[in-house]
Design a protein around this ligand. Structure first.
Ligand code: GDP
Length: 187
């Protein structure tokens, strides 16, 4: 079809956040619609691309998935310096991971492009809310970051906000499509 002849618009995107919050899993869900229970940790950074059709445009996300370990922190500027978008991920069952996410946001807002679109994603919501019908209500006990708290923070700092489950495929595609809507796209 005509769509396939359109030259894709490239969107450079970086994922940041504490180790084990699910950055690689979110990318795997978005790119392959897959999930792995025991993922090998990312060393340094991994690069993947994913095309995404938006109305009459075709976007090609160029995704840098960074390692969350502190020893790789000094590499991060290489990946976010030219990025048009960043997804900063925390784990809704770990309050400390939101603190780490906030420090990434602060760093991005100081050092990255002033036009960068930043999304905050609270991942692993499958652990705190019944995703499937009939699932146990008692699963709610593990939440450490209330939705309203993270949302208020995101609003204050001008971030897009999502809660996601890479495991169940909840909210993942929305992260990327909402980012795409906010990026100035030249044809
Ligand atoms: P990263 O270090 O931030 O890239 O995190 P990974 O993607 O490697 O995930 C760390 C661990 O959390 C792995 O064991 C994943 O299977 C698990 N995980 C990732 N996303 C989710 C999720 O949405 N729900 C649940 N329950 N586990 C997840």
């Amino acid at each position: 079809s005509q769509q396939q002849n359109i030259k894709p618009i490239q969107v450079k995107l970086v994922l940041l956040g504490e180790a084990a919050v699910g950055k690689s899993s979110l990318v795997l869900r978005f790119v392959n619609n897959d999930f792995q229970e025991n993922k090998e940790p990312t060393i340094g950074a991994a690069f993947l691309t994913q095309k995404c059709r938006m109305e009459d445009k075709v976007l090609k996300f160029e995704i840098w998935d960074t390692a969350g370990q502190e020893r790789f922190h000094s590499l991060a500027p290489m990946y976010y310096r030219n990025a048009q978008a960043a997804v900063v991920v925390y784990d809704v069952t770990k309050a400390a991971s939101l603190d780490k996410a906030k420090s990434w946001v602060k760093e991005l807002q100081r050092q990255a492009s002033p036009n960068i679109v930043i999304a905050l994603a609270g991942n692993k919501i499958d652990l705190v809310q019944p995703v499937d019908e009939g699932e146990e209500e008692s699963a709610n006990s593990g939440r450490q970051v209330p939705t309203e708290e993270a949302k208020a923070y995101a609003n204050e700092f001008g971030l897009l906000f999502f809660e996601t489950s890479a495991k169940k495929g909840v909210g993942v595609r929305e992260v990327f499509t909402e980012i795409a809507k906010k990026i100035p796209l030249e044809l």
